[in-house]
Design a protein around this ligand. Structure first.
Ligand SMILES: CC(C)(COP(=O)(O)OP(=O)(O)OC[C@H]1O[C@@H](n2cnc3c(N)ncnc32)[C@H](O)[C@@H]1OP(=O)(O)O)[C@@H](O)C(=O)NCCC(=O)NCCS
Length: 183
């Protein structure tokens, strides 16, 4: 699904633009992903695992812009990608097509400015519009900032997965499973 551009004023007075990506912006997205995966251990890849080609990313953007069930949204500040949101159908099967999942990332330099909250508000709005009945996520149990955000936005803890991440040093993080129900 492709969304029109929206201009939004942030807590610190800065303006950001929320919109779908154009395929020509694939390289910018890869750069953003490399930076994001370098900055935080809470995402699913190590930075060296961000080996997405320009061709793959271009195809991914095109596919999501044309999708009727999934959305890929980007936050720009001064023409730089600062954050993103991916909202995905969990399954097209009749028994599961009421469920969606999502992922959000904001670059560290912009944390605490309301962009995560904005992306989640948008995700919930879009999920309801697309007819989903619940949004689901998995989050590292020590990712306090993300968990606080999810609770604030109406997600409840429904379970956990022990040892979901295993780090290079041999330590583990559990995942919390959280769900936001719309009905
Ligand atoms: C999680 C993340 C998206 C939050 O983005 P953000 O732009 O900082 O979010 P916001 O500014 O809207 O703040 C969201 C909430 O986080 C919480 N928060 C802020 N600072 C915090 C801190 N130091 N400790 C704990 N919680 C904190 C607050 O509840 C805050 O809401 P409030 O400001 O209304 O009180 C961002 O930190 C991020 O991208 N992290 C790395 C990637 C990641 O972890 N993604 C989620 C994987 S499941």
């Amino acid at each position: 699904m492709k969304l029109q551009s929206e201009t939004i004023r942030l807590r610190n007075g800065q303006t950001c633009i929320l919109r779908s990506l154009e395929v020509e912006e694939a390289e910018k997205m890869i750069h953003f992903l490399k930076q994001a995966y370098t900055e935080t251990a809470y995402l699913a890849r190590y930075p060296e695992e961000v080996n997405i080609t320009l061709e793959d990313e271009t195809a991914y953007i095109k596919k999501l812009n044309e999708s009727e069930t999934d959305v890929f949204l980007t936050v720009f500040i001064d023409d730089e990608i600062i954050g993103n949101l991916g909202l995905h159908s969990i399954s097209s099967r009749l028994k599961m097509k009421h469920r969606c999942s999502f992922g959000i990332t904001v670059l560290k330099k912009a944390w605490g400015n309301g962009i995560g909250t904005l992306l989640l508000q948008k995700a919930k709005e879009l999920a309801k519009t697309l007819g989903y009945e619940q949004m689901e996520l998995e989050v590292a149990a020590d990712n306090e900032r993300a968990i606080a955000l999810y609770k604030k936005m109406g997600f409840e803890e429904t379970g956990n997965i022990p040892h979901a991440f295993k780090y290079k040093d041999g330590t583990y993080s559990d995942f919390k499973i959280m769900v936001c129900f719309f009905r």
